[in-house]
Structure formats: structure tokens, C-alpha cells
Design a protein around this ligand. Structure first.
Ligand code: PFF
Length: 460
């Protein structure tokens, strides 16, 4: 498709379109549901004392996540280009400035940085497929499972290899393009993962510690949560929904005109939040039942679940299946992380999709070694927030995504005129009024307040 202008005067995308509304919802859900739900949510909730963190996270999902997601999709569909070109084009078209393209650039950069460490953790999940299949976890004790995970992360060669493997398969799908690559991968993964989580929930309910897990997740104790924790909860809301960096904007560019943005956003937000809570309900009862620590950090899921599987009959099989599904979930998210940068390179520098994917993939792969080494040879080289991984995680989730989300909401709410946004959102009914108030007032103000107090605390 060479023309960027359809017969009715509306722009069309240069990269093809989703084959149906369902395909779009699946792709955005595939991007949203990933390591953020199953690996990250439980461990950050665990590190921040549970209940109060979860409550703030849920509030952020509703008050900030929903309006920002709708803003991203509508900006993307209106511009129909990569996030850099779209923000530049609409900035001009709406009578503001071309400089809005820096918002697109911020997103492209955030995607590259996030994928650099995301790929390392996804590499861990690939290794855990093999470990599960070869029976490493059968009958393993809590002390052994922790020691095994520590030894694994310290193995520089192995972790480098699986990080490389993950980047290769991600680059491959991105190179194949939107429809052929993505839709097929997601159609099967999301339902399968959900089924697996439900089966695990049954196991966790029977562990005898389900009540303790529920209490930890849902009883708020605000004395355990400082502004840094509130910022982390907000960052988690952005990360888990894939918003604030243009990934959803890039997907929105391929969305057919007639699809309801409000309906699609609500479906994705509900599915993503449901899967994160489900993961919490699976993990914490098992943590307490097995004498593990809720604040174990990034290793939490890699200790809790293998141990639980190790005690089940047929555990090696289920464990293998679980890590296969988690790798799939990571993979469909990783594609979303690469999409803004690749679409930008294709459109701005006239590259083929395959060339662009290889260039961006290689760059991300290289940066990823900073995180590979964070648990071994550079483990003790800490600065500011800790290791290279800790700093990348802080910079992207807690600074770049909220800042990106702030400007996305301001752009859609204040810079774009009412006619343009009402056109994309299908009129000016209640949903529109709620969205506009969220995008103009609630989301920007909440983001500013949290960033202000948290940064004052971090700097002090
Ligand atoms: N939402 C993904 C997760 O929860 O694992 C992470 C992510 C994917 C963030 C894509 C941003 C993005 F563009």
C-alpha cells in the first residue's frame, strides 16, 4: 500500500490493517498481557507490602490508564503513521507545533530501553522451559529452588544465550509485519494463558494458604507505602497496559475506522488487570504455603511456581507448559515494544521492514547485555537505583512512561480540537465526556502529583 490517503480523505496506514476488530483487540491484549502481569506485578506488589500498593495500582489503571489508552489509540488512528510522524503531523494539523514529534521520539526510545531488559527476563523464561522439561524442579525444596535460581542468573554465558535467542525470534516476527506475524501468535496465546492461570488458581486455593494470600493482596496498610511506592504502582499501571510510549499508538494506526475505541480499550484494560490479579492470587498463597519471601524481587515467580509444580503429580509437564505460555506472552509484548521504532525507521529512512527490524533488534540486543550482567559480572557495580537493570527499570517505568502518558493525555485532551477527538471516539456522549475529563484533568494532574512527590523523595 503506497498511498497514505484513502478515497474518502481519511488516511490509511502504510503497514496494512488489522483484519478485524477482534484481531486488534487480540493484538493489544497480547501486547498488554506479558511479563508485566505475571512476573512483575506479583514481585513489585510483594516488595511494597501488598494491599495498599494494589489499591493504588488499580486506581491508576482506571483513572489514568483508561483515558491514556483511549488517547493513544485515537491519536494513532488519526495519524495512521508511526508515533514520531503521527505526533508531528497532528501537532501541525491541529495548529500546534511539529515539535510534538519529540513525544514520539520519547516513546521510540522507551520501547528500545524497555525491550533491552524485557528480553533478558524473557530469556529466563525460555531457560525455565528446559529446566522444567528436564525435571529440575521435581520435589525441589524452598532452599534449593532459591539457590538454583541464584546460580542460574549468575551463569553469564547461558543468560546471554537465551537473551540472544529471544531477540532473534522477536525480530523475526516483527520483520514479517503486522498481520502475518502478530495476529497468529496472539490468537492462541491469550486464551491458553488464561486457562493455565485458572488451573493454577485451583491449585493455589487448595494449598491451605489462599486466605493469607488474599489478605496480603487486598488488605491495605498505607503505612507500608511511601511516595516511591505510589510512583512504582503508577509506573506498573503504565507498563502493564503498554501505554505511555506509543506502542498502542502504533497499533491504533492499523485500526479500521469503524471500530469503537472505548469498547476496545475497556476490553483490554479489563483483561490485563484481571490476569495480573489472577497472577497475584496464584502466587501469594503459594509463597506463604512454601515458606518463601513475598519481597524476593524479580526472582519471585521463578522460585514460587517451579516449587509448586515440583510438588504436583505431572508437575514437570505443567511447569513446562506454563513457561511456554509465559514465553509466548513475553514474545507478543516484545513485538509491541519494537513496533514504534521499526515503523519509524521504515517510514523515515525508507528501509524495508526486515532491514529495520534487524537494525533495531541488534541495537536492543546489545543494550540488553547491561541487564544480562546485572546479576553476575556487574552485580556489584551499583549506582543511583542499583544495577543497570534497576536503573533502566526505574528510568523507563517510573519516569519515561508517566511523562509520555502525561503528554499523550495533554495532546489528545488539549491540543487536538473537540471535533477531531469526537470524530474518532464516535460522538460526544457520556463516554466521550468522561474520557475528555480524564485526559484533560484527572490523568495529567495525578501524574504530576505523583511524579513531584516521588522525585522529591528520591532526590532528598
Ligand atoms: N505490557 C507488557 C507487560 O505487561 O509485560 C510490557 C510492555 C509491552 C510495555 C509493550 C510496553 C509496550 F509497548
Amino acid at each position: 500500500m503506497l498511498s497514505n490517503q484513502a478515497g474518502d480523505g481519511k488516511r490509511t496506514s502504510l503497514h496494512g490493517h488489522w483484519s478485524s476488530k477482534m484481531a486488534f483487540i487480540l493484538a493489544v491484549t497480547g501486547s498488554a498481557v506479558g511479563l508485566g502481569n505475571i512476573w512483575k506485578f506479583p514481585y513489585v506488589a510483594g516488595e511494597n507490602g501488598g494491599g495498599a500498593f494494589v489499591l493504588v495500582y488499580l486506581a491508576c489503571v482506571i483513572a489514568i490508564g483508561m483515558p491514556v489508552m483511549m488517547s493513544e489509540i485515537l491519536i494513532g488512528r488519526r495519524g495512521r503513521r508511526n508515533p514520531v510522524a503521527t505526533t508531528e503531523l497532528l501537532g501541525q494539523e491541529e495548529g500546534s507545533s511539529r515539535n510534538w514529534r519529540y513525544l514520539g521520539m520519547l516513546g521510540v526510545t522507551a520501547g528500545i530501553l524497555i525491550l533491552s531488559y524485557y528480553s533478558v527476563i524473557a530469556g529466563w523464561t525460555l531457560s525455565y522451559i528446559v529446566k522444567s522439561a528436564t525435571g529440575t524442579f521435581v520435589g525441589i525444596s524452598n532452599i534449593e529452588v532459591v539457590a538454583d535460581h541464584e546460580a542460574f542468573k549468575a551463569n553469564t554465558g547461558l543468560v546471554s544465550m537465551v537473551h540472544t535467542l529471544f531477540m532473534v525470534i522477536t525480530t523475526f516476527v516483527v520483520a514479517r509485519g503486522v498481520e502475518r506475524g502478530l495476529e497468529q501468535a496472539v490468537r492462541f496465546m491469550v486464551p491458553a494463558l488464561l486457562l493455565m492461570m485458572l488451573a493454577l488458581l485451583g491449585y493455589s486455593i487448595s494449598s491451605g494458604y489462599f486466605g493469607a494470600g488474599v489478605e496480603f493482596l487486598f488488605t491495605p496498610d498505607f503505612s507500608k507505602l511511601g511516595w516511591d511506592g505510589v510512583l512504582e504502582a503508577m509506573g506498573q499501571a503504565f507498563f502493564t497496559l503498554s501505554i505511555g510510549m506509543g506502542a498502542i499508538m502504533a497499533y491504533g494506526a492499523y485500526l479500521p475506522e469503524e471500530t469503537s475505541i472505548t469498547g476496545a480499550s475497556a476490553t483490554v484494560v479489563a483483561a490485563d488487570t484481571g490476569i495480573a490479579i489472577l497472577a497475584g492470587l496464584v502466587i501469594f498463597p503459594l509463597v506463604f504455603a512454601n515458606g518463601l519471601q513475598p519481597d524476593a524481587g524479580p526472582g519471585l515467580v521463578f522460585q514460587t511456581l517451579p516449587m509448586a509444580f515440583g510438588q504436583m503429580s505431572g508437575g514437570a509437564f505443567f511447569s513446562t507448559l506454563f513457561f511456554v505460555l509465559l514465553s509466548f506472552a513475553a514474545w507478543t509484548s516484545a513485538i509491541g515494544l519494537m513496533e514504534p521504532a521499526v515503523a519509524w525507521l521504515v517510514e523515515s529512512y525508507n528501509r524495508t521492514r526486515a532491514q529495520a527490524a534487524v537494525i533495531i533488534g541488534a541495537l536492543i540486543w546489545l543494550i540488553g547485555f547491561g541487564s544480562v550482567f546485572s546479576w553476575n559480572i556487574w552485580k556489584d557495580n551499583t549506582f543511583f537505583q542499583g544495577t543497570v537493570f534497576d536503573n533502566l527499570d526505574f528510568l523507563t517505568n517510573q519516569i519515561m512512561l508517566p511523562v509520555g502518558g502525561f503528554f499523550i493525555a495533554v495532546f489528545a485532551g488539549w491540543v487536538m480540537c473537540r471535533n477531531s477527538t469526537a470524530d474518532e471516539l464516535g460522538g460526544t456522549g457520556t463516554a466521550y465526556t468522561l474520557w475528555r475529563f480524564g485526559a484533560r484533568v484527572i490523568a495529567p494532574i495525578c501524574i504530576l502529583i505523583v511524579l513531584y512527590f516521588a522525585i522529591s523523595q528520591v532526590v532528598a
